[in-house]
Design a protein around this ligand. Structure first.
Ligand code: SF4
Length: 255
């Protein structure tokens, strides 16, 4: 079942293509990623593993994760070994599926498809977030992009389209703006999609605080709500500059 979608273009300024330019085809043997959680309940239906890929060419203004735009940074690892390790951790955590988000999974479509297939083969579902609208992805598939086809084929639930800050969506979970789609690409999550189409749903935000006081946040909240929360809690674990400043402050206080 398909929910929404009106595609929106050209609101991102000079540095943003908002998903209108085809991603480059990349090496499918390695994966560049930032963070993996074996279990979360804020990134899709039910308890799920989640991986944040590093690198995004879509550049939505006021993106929730701009630290994940750069194609440098993060970790680069062998896809097969990494996928096997993540499947094992997810199975041990007893989760229902995997969510791929970013960063931009389709900017590493071949490698992301390999990870998705590994979870599928273990009987788990796959949800993928992308800033590229589905009709553009399908157009690139028709033009011969088998790596994009492979990731779509291995995805059960797709949230697609760029985040547009002037179209905030307070009704549906997981997505940030009303132009974005929530689409069941297989039967696995079709009931969830029907329920959301009929009555919407709530966003969730998870906060983890380690022993050093570094805060890791995932899920979705408005910019204002997130800023207020982090102001109270401390530096984000996925913001190296904040973490370094926090460590300096602690070191100075300990002298
Ligand atoms: S596609 Fe996602 S990660 Fe990329 S800029 Fe847009 S919101 Fe941010």
């Amino acid at each position: 079942m398909t929910v929404v979608v009106a595609e929106a273009r050209g609101r991102g300024g000079e540095t943003s293509f908002l998903g209108t330019v085809a991603p480059a085809r990349r090496d499918g043997e390695t994966l560049r990623w930032s963070r993996f959680l074996p279990a979360t309940e804020a990134e899709g239906p039910g308890p799920r593993a989640a991986v944040w890929l590093q690198g995004c060419a879509v550049h939505c203004p006021e993106c929730f994760n701009p630290q994940l735009w750069a194609e440098r940074g993060g970790r680069v690892t062998d896809v097969a070994g990494t996928a096997a390790e993540w499947v094992a951790q997810a199975a041990a955590a007893g989760v229902e599926g995997l969510t791929l988000l970013g960063g931009e999974p389709f900017d590493q479509a071949g490698a992301a498809a390999s990870v998705a297939r590994a979870f599928r083969e273990a009987g788990l579902g796959v949800m993928t977030f992308t800033g590229y609208p589905l009709d553009r992805l399908e157009g690139w598939v028709a033009a011969g992009r088998d790596d994009i086809a492979a990731l779509l084929e291995a995805t059960d639930l797709l949230c697609d389209g760029p985040y547009l800050r002037d179209l905030p969506d307070a009704r549906r979970p997981w997505v940030g703006s009303r132009n974005q789609g929530i689409r069941a690409l297989s039967d696995r999550y079709a009931d969830d999609v029907r329920r959301i189409a009929a009555s919407g749903g709530d966003d969730r935000l998870e906060v983890r605080i380690d022993r050093d006081g570094v805060v890791a946040v995932n899920g979705w909240a408005t910019d204002a709500a997130l800023a207020a929360l982090l102001e109270d809690l401390g530096p984000r674990a996925d913001s190296p500059a904040q973490v370094a400043a926090h460590a300096r402050t602690r070191a100075e206080a300990a002298r």
